[in-house]
Design a protein around this ligand. Structure first.
Ligand code: FES
Length: 161
């Protein structure tokens, strides 16, 4: 990745140090994680010590320093979702993708995470894929949800060659 997009993000926030968390959130959206060389670049451009950036990137659970899949699946395990069988949904996703919570599929298409409430408890149990919310999820709906995204590997194959 070139750093032009990172520069655009820093400019958007006028390189203000107090906006560092917002900048890192936007930077993470570029590749779904924060590569070390990108953090070094941000630190150099903002004249902020890498240790401070690293502290923020490791303090907030929403940041990842490890490569993640193209799509991030977040299964809500907050109280309302838990009471509505969210754990069974999580287990079904794990079986379908053959990964455990916190892992990424070998083809780098999906990462699976859990969260503690996404703020739509009335629609429980909720699963979020990237920015799309799926409500009243059941184990039977899991494969359909995943299939909305898994065809992309074939669709984009030619573009990546
Ligand atoms: S507990 Fe799942 S959306 Fe609130």
């Amino acid at each position: 990745m070139g750093f032009e997009q990172v520069d655009e993000i820093l400019d958007k926030y006028r390189r203000r140090h107090e906006a560092l968390i917002g900048m890192l959130q936007d930077v993470q959206r570029l590749e779904n994680y924060l590569p070390l060389e990108t953090l070094q670049y941000v630190g150099k451009k903002l004249e902020v010590p890498l240790s401070r950036i690293y502290y923020i990137a490791t303090f907030y659970k929403s940041f990842s320093l490890e490569p993640r899949g193209r799509h991030i699946i977040k299964v809500c395990l907050g109280t309302a979702c838990h009471l509505n069988n969210a754990v069974q949904n999580l287990e079904q996703i794990e079986r379908t993708l053959d990964i455990c919570e916190g892992e990424t599929t070998e083809d780098m298409m999906f990462s699976l995470e859990t969260v503690n409430c996404v703020g739509t408890c009335a629609l429980a149990p909720v699963t979020v894929v990237d920015d799309k919310y799926y409500d009243a999820v059941t184990p039977g709906k899991v494969e359909k949800i995943i299939s909305n995204y898994s065809g992309e590997a074939e669709d984009t194959k030619g573009e990546e060659d």
